[in-house]
Design a protein around this ligand. Structure first.
Ligand code: GLC
Length: 574
């Protein structure tokens, strides 16, 4: 008799993730089952049929571990238990088993750049005599300053969600590093005991049947010398972009892969890597190096900002977006692999940001964005609600926001004299809260998300935009996602074909081919809310091409309707 662990392993054939579509669940906002207003694991179990109907292969669960929830679970106080908000370990075991029954795999979010300040490791580390002291970064006050007084932090670096990366601990008079917030102290990966503890924890989850890990800000684990040397912190690099891709990153990832058996067991590994360049991604995802299968780039979601500051808004142009995705395609074409995404729990809604969420264009723009994304080479990620075109929420006043990042930005920006109206404009465009409104399941109160009061208001457009309505409409965004997922599963060209960008400077059309041997798919998509004409003779082989999947019925014309897209099979390779 085979154990379920053995059959889990057998289901993971070599390279299986290259043909997979991953669906991200942000559990807090997915489905509540016990009427406390917060989504939970039994709620996810109750929606597995829906996910199977959509056709996705893998679920990525944002963190459900024990946590004080200052960053909605990205601050973990116990890696081996489930927060009661979300259920129990038994609930998770059931979810894994029931997902596997449907042929759906499950990956966990692995948050090991930092723990919660309530984690037992950190609590012990507060004692200067403890052998866990060195598991975190403890540093004295700035020379000549009284610890705990204003300006005594070891340096001036700002945290992602707080004014300083340094927090004073009165017990020892020293400061600890938390590059996100004081509730998220950074682990010291230089210490081999830290690494071994993380590896052991990962093995424990694999033994429970998980199929891989999404690794939170994993390229921040190797800190620069200014932080790892014991000397005074003269000028630590400020901001996480400067901390990224440190000197021992590849070594730590390869060691983890080896020690945990990530590749040996064909687990899916995807690293979240803010500030990773194509060169960094080439190294990390080269299969011969045995680090990770793929990474999440931040470049294409940083094109609508100035520099590294996401709140400093800039206009996005289609040529810039196309070029960026194309460079990643070319950069990882030989060795390595791309992950493909337009939104997640940290980004605004794709259709509102890259498409047109007006009633007239929402459906077609959501479909066309999906067409373009899913026809790139790599593993596509669908973020909950994206599959039926959920939009940004009408967040207009500071009182509408809940996210620690948004609230911290508002406080700091207003204090430095940025006019509140500008701050609110940035928040309305970029806040992570847009992604976190409850999933709109149907048109009943609170959109079927909860029978209680939701932790975050439901987007008021739920009577028109919901999963139930989309499932019943063959022309819906949901139906289009189903077709795209089926196409990827059925067509080797979609999975493995070479990518070539066409019409790079066109301001409305996104066009490219995928080529495998003599088989060619051509994608042409109008990414604008006005009609667009295909320039004569600009797309070789267009005449007589067969329509594989389109947003509109009439695919023979040379003019594409607003947000129309076509996937065509060329009849000859010319
Ligand atoms: C990642 C997560 C984000 C979290 C941060 C700190 O970027 O996706 O939600 O706030 O890491 O853990």
């Amino acid at each position: 008799m085979t154990t379920s662990l053995e059959s889990d392993r057998a289901a993971r054939t070599d390279g299986w993730w290259r043909s997979a579509v991953v669906y991200q669940i942000y559990p807090r906002s997915f489905q509540d089952s016990n009427s406390d207003g917060v989504g939970d694991i039994p709620g996810i179990v109750s929606r597995l049929d829906y996910l199977a109907e959509l056709g996705v292969d893998v679920l990525w669960l944002s963190p459900v571990y024990r946590s004080p929830q200052i960053d909605n679970g990205y601050d973990i106080s116990d890696y081996r238990d489930i927060d009661p908000l979300f259920g129990t370990l038994a609930d998770l075991d059931e979810l894994i088993g029931r997902a596997h029954d449907r042929g759906i795999k499950l990956i966990m979010d692995l948050v090991v750049n930092h723990t919660s300040d309530q984690h037992a490791w950190f609590i012990e580390s507060r004692d200067p005599a403890s052998d866990k002291r060195d598991w975190y970064f403890w540093r004295p006050a700035r020379p000549g300053h009284e610890p705990g007084t204003p300006g005594a932090e070891p340096d001036d670096s700002q945290a992602a969600f707080a004014p300083s990366v340094w927090t004073h601990d009165p017990r020892s008079g020293e400061y600890y590093l938390g590059i996100f917030s004081p509730g998220q102290p950074d682990l010291n990966w230089e210490n081999p005991d830290v690494r071994q503890a993380v590896h052991a924890m990962m093995r424990w989850w694999i033994d429970r049947g998980v199929d891989g890990f999404r690794m939170d800000v994993i390229n921040l684990i190797s800190k620069p010398a200014v932080l790892t040397s014991r000397g005074p912190i003269a000028a630590a690099p400020s901001g996480m972009w400067q901390i990224a891709n440190g000197p021992r990153l590849d070594e730590f990832l390869a060691e983890m892969n080896r020690e945990v058996g990530l590749d040996a067991q064909n687990l899916l590994t995807v690293g979240e890597t803010p500030g990773a360049t194509i060169e960094v991604a080439q190294r990390i995802t080269d299969p011969a190096r045995h680090e990770l299968n793929m990474v999440f780039t931040f470049e294409h979601v940083s094109l609508d900002q100035v520099g590294w500051n996401k709140w400093d808004l800039a206009d996005l142009t289609l040529p810039a977006l196309k070029d960026n995705l194309a460079q990643w395609q070319y950069g990882l074409a030989e060795a390595g692999w791309n992950s493909l995404y337009l939104d997640n729990h940290d980004q605004p809604r794709a259709v509102s940001r890259f498409g047109d969420d007006s009633p007239e264009h929402r459906v077609n723009s959501a479909k066309t964005l999906a067409t373009v994304l899913h026809l790139h080479k790599g593993t596509p990620y669908v973020y909950q609600g994206e599959e039926f075109g959920m939009t940004n929420a009408p967040l207009t006043e500071i009182g509408h926001y809940l996210d620690v990042e948004s609230l911290n930005y508002h406080t700091l920006a207003v204090a430095t004299g940025i006019p509140e109206v500008d701050v609110l404009r940035s928040l309305a465009r970029k806040s992570r809260d847009h992604a976190r409104t409850p999933v709109q399941w149907d048109d009943t109160p609170y959109a079927g998300f909860t029978a209680g009061v939701p932790w975050m208001p439901v987007n008021p457009n739920y009577p028109a935009i919901n999963a139930d309505a989309a499932r019943r409409d063959p022309g819906s965004v949901f139906a289009h996602f189903q077709r795209l997922i089926r196409l990827r599963h059925a067509d080797e060209v979609v999975r493995e074909g070479r990518f070539d960008l066409l019409l790079p400077d066109h301001e409305q059309l996104w066009a490219f081919t995928r080529t495998l041997g003599d088989r060619v798919l051509l994608v042409v998509a109008n990414c604008s809310s006005a009609p667009a004409e295909i320039p004569p003779d600009s797309l070789p082989g267009l005449d007589g091409a067969e329509l594989v999947l389109g947003t509109h019925d009439d695919a023979a014309t040379s003019v594409l309707a607003p947000w129309e897209s076509r996937i065509l099979r060329l009849t000859s390779a010319g």
